[in-house]
Design a protein around this ligand. Structure first.
Ligand code: ADP
Ligand code: ZN
Ligand code: ZN
Length: 672
């Protein structure tokens, strides 16, 4: 009998090892070893022990059989991934140019192949389950096409476009119920699990213990437990961030992405995948529907719906009868300034807050973290205090009297005199949430004020605390950043003030207009979920911009049209694809040199073939922790050709400079 060898993919996230290795199978494993098993193998010259995935068997070892290494042991007695899961990983490998081992690792988290200590089962109460609602006519109409796909066991990707409060969540719940009735399981992705306690409550109230929740702070044991529970379908609904896509359900029936426009759906580490694309691929393989839900879909998604790639479902009315969209007004801050008002609040907003306090209604004040700065600069010479490691301005934290680099976390004490010119007029500038809070307390000493931003949040509990206090009307005013744009749907809130809408003015990324529109629409959705019609005031220095105008009018289609025109002009997605190369290195001069050489190579291979190749430039984060970063962007309409070109040139370049560090990111959500 000829000897059989195992074909192994090592679970290392390194491009260089992205191929199949053959290993000898020890005697005692010959009968045991199956495709899909996870094993421990010696790897590399040092025979370091490494996790490996068995993807097949061969009789041809390719090298001298005597030199072959042998599998050390099996880490789990049964296969850890299926043929179909392997197919998803293989697809991701080529679609995102990522090592297969890294893609497979998504299906088999490290924790499940370790032996976690067994913990005693926590006793859990059975919640009272809440009944489903009767769908309104619009919901009914939107529900049917997805129900049909569930019944037919066929794939289709749906874009569920529904204004805030139109009852998208209720639709998710009923589709899931349908999938469960068919004996299948459901995956629900949310942008950020810690910011969606109310959504989790709604799901557990409907499905009880059949729901599992994943998030980044699970312990190893909890993660392993959830993984096993899903495999055995002890749970059959999972809610979690994008990684929850890789929940090993035996027979998934439905995948939902809530708030599909959120940037957290794109992974910023290899594999740099977008959850919507992977969900669609999985939908095709499992022959099941995929639903992307949002009040403000990505331009790319709406475009696909327009082209017929996605099926379009539209909810135009709020589900609760009588709940009106808020009245939204734009305030031109330049006029306020001209009229002598130098405060960060326009006169109208002050008045409106005053009225709410008198009526015992609640106010949310929204501050765009990116739009407002809290940097420290010198009024004499303009010098800005920056982190020496990242070359980014420090943020001043008044409560701890520290300057903190929000990128690498470096902390330093503030200075009294300018390090550059010695002037004493060094000023802690800008308007963080803290300063807004101070001004509010000063103007309205009787008001109870809460603040919520990332510096306040030290975990889910703080968020929940603030959330519950505000919900229970223990405070009059909530001041917050992006965090309050979601979830704070309380009937007591009748006023939302946006302190600065001008994110567009602060970013070079072509997404920033869209982000501004999405954020404003979302924030505006917080007001008036009750009988009292809400009011939204938007302060801006760019009142004529369509992103602000259309958000104020709640007019997605109009925004979409203007944005498409703009993107067409600059050749941005959805009319093209963008491949972003990031080159990094400790020595700036050498990095510039290498990047230029790589650029020349791209031009040599691509310029005459229709590829649009931009000059190399410092990344917007030029330096992180003393590592310099430069980027090159390449555009082309054909995604597959673009990717093939990118990997080809990268490989050519690495032959010449094996130690160069280059990352590829296709259609990045953030230009770096
Ligand atoms: P969305 O997810 O679109 O923002 P939600 O699903 O949160 O909207 O619905 C908003 C509110 O409308 C919720 O309080 C929900 O309970 C209610 N609702 C949804 N569908 C119905 C319905 N068919 N009948 C009555 N109320 C509904
Ligand atoms: Zn100075
Ligand atoms: Zn830093």
């Amino acid at each position: 009998m000829t000897e059989r060898y195992a074909e192994i993919i090592v679970g290392l996230n390194q491009p260089k090892v992205d191929r199949i290795f053959s290993y000898r199978i020890p005697e005692d494993l010959v009968q045991v070893l199956k495709q899909g098993m996870v094993v421990e193998v010696p790897f590399g010259s040092g025979n370091r022990k490494t996790r490996g995935f068995v993807v097949g068997f061969t009789e041809n070892c390719g090298t001298d059989p005597d030199k072959m290494k042998e599998i050390r042991k099996v880490l789990m007695d049964e296969p850890a991934f299926t043929e179909r899961q392997l197919a998803v990983a293989r697809w991701m490998q080529s679609w995102y140019d990522a090592p297969l081992g890294a893609c497979l690792s998504l299906w088999v988290p490290r924790q499940v192949t370790r032996k976690p200590r067994k913990k005693n089962q926590d006793p859990v109460e059975t919640p009272d389950l809440s009944p489903k609602l009767r769908l309104n006519e619009e919901q009914e109409k939107a529900a049917r096409p997805v129900d049909d796909m569930l019944d037919l066991h066929l794939h289709r990707t749906f874009l569920l476009h529904g204004i805030t409060g139109s009852g998208k969540t209720e639709l998710y719940l009923q589709w899931i119920e349908h999938a469960l009735a068919l004996g299948r399981q459901a995956i629900v992705l949310v942008p950020e699990i810690s910011l969606t306690p109310q959504l989790i409550d709604i799901f557990t109230q409907r499905f009880g213990h059949r729901v599992g929740v994943t998030h980044s702070r699970l312990t190893d044991a909890e993660r392993a437990k959830l993984w096993r529970a899903a495999r055995s379908s002890a749970i059959d609904v999972v809610i979690g961030p994008r990684s929850a896509l890789f929940t090993p359900f035996p027979d998934p029936g439905l995948i939902i992405l809530d708030e599909e426009h959120e940037t957290t759906y794109k992974s910023e580490q290899s594999p740099r995948y977008h959850a919507a694309e992977v969900a669609e691929k999985m939908g095709q393989l499992w022959r099941i529907p995929v639903v992307l839900g949002s009040a403000t879909p990505r331009v790319e998604s709406f475009y696909k719906a327009e082209q017929g790639t996605y099926a379009y479902l539209h909810l135009t009315k709020r589900a609760v009868p009588g709940a009106l969209l808020p009245e939204t007004r734009i305030i031109d801050m330049r006029e306020e300034m001209a009229a002598g008002n130098l405060s960060i609040f326009c006169t109208e907003l002050k008045q409106a807050i005053h009225t709410r306090l008198a009526r015992k209604e609640q106010t949310i004040l929204f501050l765009n973290r990116k739009g407002y700065s809290t940097f420290v600069n010198c009024r004499s010479c303009g010098f800005v205090l920056k982190c020496p490691r990242c070359n980014l301005p420090y943020t001043w934290h008044k409560d701890r009297n520290l300057l903190i680099c929000h990128h690498c976390g470096k902390e330093v004490r503030p200075v009294d005199t300018c390090p550059s010119c010695g002037s004493p007029y060094i000023k802690h500038f800008g308007t963080g949430t803290q300063r807004v809070e101070e001004e509010i307390r000063h103007m309205f000493p009787e008001a109870k004020v809460l603040r919520l931003d990332t510096s306040v949040i030290r975990g889910e509990e703080t968020y929940r605390d603030v959330y519950e206090q505000f919900r229970d009307q223990e405070a009059d005013i909530l001041i917050g950043t992006q965090i309050v744009a979601k979830g704070f749907d309380f009937p007591g809130v009748t006023l939302v003030g946006v302190l600065s809408a001008d994110m567009i003015l602060y970013s070079e990324d072509y997404h920033s207009t869209e982000r501004t529109f999405q954020l404003l629409t979302q924030v505006a959705g917080r007001a008036g979920r009750s009988e009292v019609r809400g009011e939204v005031l938007i302060q801006t220095y760019a009142p004529e911009h369509y992103a602000i105008q259309d958000a104020a009018r709640h007019d997605y289609e109009s925004f979409y049209k203007s944005e498409c025109t703009a993107r067409h002009l600059i050749g941005a997605p959805p009319f093209t694809h963008i491949l972003q190369f990031l080159l990094t290195g400790e020595n700036e001069e050498r990095l510039i040199h290498l990047t230029d050489e790589f650029h020349a190579l791209l031009v040599a291979y691509g310029a005459k073939r229709g590829f649009l190749i931009f000059d190399s430039a410092p990344a917007s984060l030029e330096r992180v922790n003393n590592v310099f970063r430069r980027r090159i962007l390449v555009k082309l309409e054909d995604r597959e050709r673009l990717m093939a070109f990118g990997t080809y040139c990268r490989d050519k370049f690495l032959e010449r400079h094996p130690r160069a560090r280059i990352q590829l990111d296709i259609d990045p959500m953030n230009l770096i």
